[in-house]
Design a protein around this ligand. Structure first.
Ligand SMILES: [Zn+2]
Length: 257
């Protein structure tokens, strides 16, 4: 049964990855994600279904358009592989539980956000706002529509976090006359917070800050050079879904899921 579910998750994940590639290509260009159908961005020739099979087509065509030979960006292959892998890892941690579906949905938003932020240094509102709304709706379901619990565990922490980050970003801009925390991050952090709830929120942020600091010390090192923190938040949030509960249990903290 487990093997069957893993195979199924691989197929679904690869197909979703193919869809995420469309989002990664088109959202920053403000193009429709539905029309036109898949086509080569160089020659404009439509890509038939037979050449659009996730992972397999990229390998058979050696990452090139069959009509004009233009290179297809490597993110197409990477996203089609990592999407199912990330889903399967979630399944191995949570089984087919509510938490699995919840965090798989979060991951489904974070993958395109990660690549769009990496390539364009933007976190599109068309992804981050639906991410926040979905997280809150799932929180409502998780608390069995007990509005008091939902308000205390999910809604209030998310609103306070947003207000705090918004004021922090404003203050930074006033004091230093440049952007400290990007506008996209101000929404992305509370949006993932909506999936984690009050217990995990401080830990996810702390984890993201540690990863961000390591990234800065290893790869950036120039104090005035900014870097896309959205990537780090996305990465930290996903990794935390795998290790968060175990970590909190290990240090004797109580846990939610
Ligand atoms: Zn082409």
């Amino acid at each position: 049964m487990t093997a069957l579910i893993i195979i199924l998750l691989f197929v679904i994940g690869a197909c979703l990855g193919s869809f995420f590639n469309v989002l990664i290509d088109r959202i920053p260009r403000h193009q429709s994600i539905l029309r036109p159908a898949s086509h080569c961005t160089e020659c404009g020739k439509p890509i038939p279904f037979s050449q659009n099979i996730p992972i397999i087509s990229y390998i058979i065509l050696k990452g090139r358009c069959k009509s004009c030979g233009a290179k297809i960006h490597w993110h197409h292959l990477v996203v089609e592989i990592i999407t199912p892998v990330l889903f399967i890892a979630l399944y191995l941690v949570y089984g087919l539980s509510f938490s699995f579906f919840k965090f798989a949905i979060m991951t489904g938003f974070l993958i395109p956000i990660f690549f769009i932020d990496a390539f364009h240094k933007i976190i599109p509102l068309v992804l981050s706002i639906p991410l926040a709304i979905t997280g809150l709706l799932l929180g409502l379901i998780q608390t069995d529509f007990n509005f008091y619990d939902f308000f205390m565990v999910f809604f209030l922490p998310v609103v306070i976090l947003f207000a705090f980050l918004y004021l922090l970003a404003l203050l930074w801009l006033k004091l230093f006359h440049r952007e400290g925390l990007g506008g996209g991050d101000v929404i992305l952090i509370p949006a993932v917070g909506a999936f984690f709830g009050i217990i995990h929120i401080p830990w996810v942020i702390l984890f993201a800050c540690i990863l961000g600091l390591l990234y800065f010390l290893i790869f950036v090192r120039k104090p005035n050079q900014g870097f896309a923190f959205g990537n780090i938040i996305a990465l930290a949030s996903y990794v935390w879904t795998l290790i968060g509960d175990k970590f909190l249990q290990a240090i004797g903290w109580f846990h939610l899921s």
